[in-house]
Ligand binder design. Structure first.
Ligand SMILES: NC(=O)c1ccc[n+]([C@@H]2O[C@H](COP(=O)([O-])OP(=O)(O)OC[C@H]3O[C@@H](n4cnc5c(N)ncnc54)[C@H](OP(=O)(O)O)[C@@H]3O)[C@@H](O)[C@H]2O)c1
Length: 249
């Protein structure tokens, strides 16, 4: 399905559920064309139906963000459908909790691949399109929005690997701003505490879902970023839960 060339468009990884799904819906409601990506085909197809029912142009591209070929394919498919890229939303992510002592290499590697290596290579591949779109926009801006985590700033016990990947994502955002703001591409890392999605189910017996942040809290941050003036560079949004102790997710 093709989007109108003049309508803004976004590529949202992890767009099939949770935070990515919420952001994709929010963008569709704003009239954006949206490409959503994730591995599960059925969930993606259902989400495309949700997005198009809102009047949005939407496509889905299934694949693993840690697969280099998928990353290239994702950009090509998005550009074929929408002709530009106004925002890249990096929401796909995985977490695997366990004490640092004895932590297995394969669990570390998986989180690095999905949470950092994939987003890094996707950003690198998307930058020419983001720059080109920024140059032809009235605002002169295109944005990268990366779902980091409070764990990337203040890792809690048992989340050393996950926290390190999320810290790396914050570093990537800072590099994008350093290298690319002159080209009109600006990035923001959103670093929330626990959000009520499937990803946080594992800890819901300790941290009740009712005390977690909502997906809507995150989509409001995305709206804030998109509503900023072209002069505004917002490198980081840190979002804590009211009930959390200081510096805890
Ligand atoms: N929930 C929280 O408490 C919380 C807090 C802070 C930050 N975050 C971050 O926010 C982002 C979204 O989290 P969420 O809570 O929405 O998680 P979620 O509900 O588990 O959703 C994760 C999304 O990423 C996709 N995904 C997972 N592995 C993938 C892979 N290898 N390749 C491509 N897509 C993949 C999933 O689809 P498939 O499984 O079908 O691939 C799904 O669409 C993550 O980066 C997470 O680290 C979450």
């Amino acid at each position: 399905m093709s989007g109108a060339l003049h309508a803004p468009s976004a590529l949202v990884t992890g767009g099939s559920r949770g935070i990515g799904r919420g952001i994709a819906l929010c963008l569709a409601k704003r009239g954006w064309g949206v490409t959503i990506a994730a591995r599960g085909v059925e969930a993606l197809e259902a989400r495309v139906r949700d997005l198009t029912s809102l009047g949005s142009s939407a496509i889905a591209v299934a694949g693993d963000v840690s697969d280099d070929l998928h990353v290239t394919d994702l950009i090509e498919r998005h550009l074929d459908a929408f002709g530009g890229l106004d925002a890249l939303v990096l929401a796909a992510g995985v977490g695997s909790a366990g004490p640092l002592a004895g932590y297995q290499a394969r669990r570390l590697d998986r989180q690095i691949d999905v949470n950092f290596r994939g987003p890094f290579l996707l950003t690198a591949a998307a930058l020419p399109s983001l720059r080109a779109t920024a140059q032809r926009n009235d605002s002169g801006v295109a944005r990268v929005i990366a779902l980091s985590s409070l764990e990337g700033l203040h890792p809690e016990s048992g989340l050393a690997a996950y926290g390190a990947t999320k810290a790396a994502l914050i570093s990537l955002v800072n590099s994008i701003n350093t290298e690319e703001r002159g080209n009109g591409v600006m990035a923001t890392a959103i670093a929330p505490g626990y959000v009520d999605t499937e990803m946080s189910d594992w800890i819901s017996d300790v941290i009740p879902k009712a005390s977690m942040l909502s997906v809507d809290d995150i989509t409001r941050c995305v709206e804030l970023i998109l509503d900023l003036s072209p002069q505004a560079l917002l490198p980081q949004i840190v979002l804590s839960r009211r009930e959390a102790a200081t510096y805890q997710a």
